[in-house]
Design a protein around this ligand. Sequence first.
Ligand code: FIX
Ligand code: ZN
Length: 422
Amino acid sequence: MNKPSSPSSRAALRKRIGRVIAATPVTDMHTHLYTPRFGGLLLRGIDALLTYHYLVAETFRWNPDLDPEALFSWPVGRQAARVWQSLFIDHSPVSESCRGVLTSLQAFKGNAGDRSLDAHRRFFAGLGADRHIDLAMKLANVECLVMTNDPYDDVERQVWDKGYKADRRFRTALRIDTLFTNWPNAAARLNAMGFRVTKDLTPATRKGIRAFLEHWIATMKPVYMMASLPPDFILPSKTIPARIFEDVVMPLARERNLAFAMMIGCKRQINPALRLAGDGVANTDMATIEYVARQYPGNKFLVTLLARENQHALCVIARKFRNILPFGCWWFLNSPVFINEITRMRLEWLGLSMMPQHSDARVLDQIIYKWNHTKNILVDVLVDKYGDVEHTGWKVGDDELRRDVAGLLGGAFWQFLDAKME
Ligand code: FIX
Ligand code: ZN
């Protein structure tokens, strides 16, 4: 049996790994953040942090008499004050989402202990959008992030129609859920945007959808296309969304060498009264992922799944199909217990050929806590993994360590996007 390394060499390894992780710039491959040009779509500051839908869901648990409609009708500041009172003052903020607010505040202010919401507000009040972005990205060491760009969003579309000025730090991803979740509505909207389609998937309609996608690829220059697919999205199948996926999206993605990000496992609106906070989780039909990987070897799929139960099967599928890149610990899986488990599982079964995390930040300041919490776990996990390797006498050099961590924090994503399959 190999002798375990001595505590002092473990401590030295931990120091080295910690330093490399802290010094490595991150690519955040899926967020809901925007450049200042998108105006109110870029959320930032304490009130936005407190009204994040993760915290809103928790707030209702302590306020049985609070009508969701009433809360949502209040000005944001009043909503934030109720969240602060319920989750930070009346109880200690130990949930992952609450702790996240504190981690972000601590990064900005050195200490998050102030119980005065107004004091936190005063801190953010003085920050303009550009300075705020610079500071948050610096504190998180995020050098580049990918937005979620939905041409079906009327507010966002206006920005594109007026002419968007690219910012190298903010990359684009073309989000097309609507095509798969509500075809009659999607068709009506396509016609309104000038793309001729009918309700049936005729050749002319396929052409219209393709023209729509081509237009938005040319406009947004996305680094990938994406959709959060509903639990009943099963392939192969004769349904219209399935045909759109196979007959229109796959050929175009392949021609353009654009990866398609599949985010599966969200059961939308299990409690509609909670609005954005009302979504749930469902298991994914893994046969659908096997099918797309096998059927479209020349296409590339970034895959994240919401159910914990599906994570092992995703690793197994990715072992069989190099056109699958598992990524992130999405949403209800983005907490220490699951990040730890899923990251270990992926490393043990896929080595470094995966992306352990994305932030999914909806509020600028969240990139700080989401990455801080993940990096802390990554240190623990990598100390174990490199420690085990080093027991055999395979010493990992600093350059090798830097190379590996750069891959985990962004390189594996960019390499996958560049790769030509087949
Ligand atoms: O579909 C998505 O991109 C999800 O990440 C969001 O819709 C979800 O509301 C979220 O913020 C999860 O973190
Ligand atoms: Zn998201």
